[in-house]
Design a protein around this ligand. Sequence first.
Ligand code: FE2
Length: 268
Amino acid sequence: MTVGLAGTIIPRREAPHPMDSFAVISDVHGNLEALEAVLAEVDRLGVRRILSLGDVVGYGPDPEACLRLVQARCSHRLLGNHEHAVLNPGMAFEFNPSAQAALEWTRERLRQADLLPALEGLLPHHQEGEYLFVHGSARNALEEYLRETDPEGRSTFEAVAASIEEDFTSFRICFVGHNHKPFLATAEGFLHPHAERATFQVPPEEKLYVSVGSVGQPRDLDPRACFVVFEGTRVDYHRVPYPWTATAAKIRAAGLPGRLAERLGLGR
Ligand SMILES: [Fe+2]
């Protein structure tokens, strides 16, 4: 908003995004209401290109519709650990009981819809020049979590900074999903978007992780869907409200674990 000459408030008109900008989405997790809200916002912002970092399915009640929509709208799609587990029943990672139950339910739904072939051949990483896109981390693209603290609550900053120093040799910016939390990690520290600051300028030589947050199951205590728009020198975090109670009702109606419905409203 800007204040006009006579003191009236003039809504700021957002300029269309340039052609070299792109949106990055991740961890839709079968949440069609959240995905549709995010795609509408991407369109409203004038962003033409979208990349998906994986975990389009798992947990949520609409894996088929989400998969079809991501196929139709995203220029590039990565393999997430949930897609990997759907394709490899004997090789499931350590999923908790509700994730495991949702995984088996999702596999059957995709099998009946003949959508399992749509997951085959996907990779958990993709590079375009100095940008690397992964599901998990630069060291383990499929299953490692980029975390700010380890499971015991200790800061992981030194390990993350070491990874940026040692691993970021053939790329400069690594976009990650999987952890469901929006933040930037540089060799100097972690930066968090919040209501007053959701835009970050990226200096030309800076190496950093861009953790894009989750569309369909945010875990940063903000239930709104999250995604990133990147413009080469700028990272914009966007939050989009969506009717999560409708998604939660579908989860319960499908017989999926109730915890998966409750957490949508809590954002964790
Ligand atoms: Fe994941």
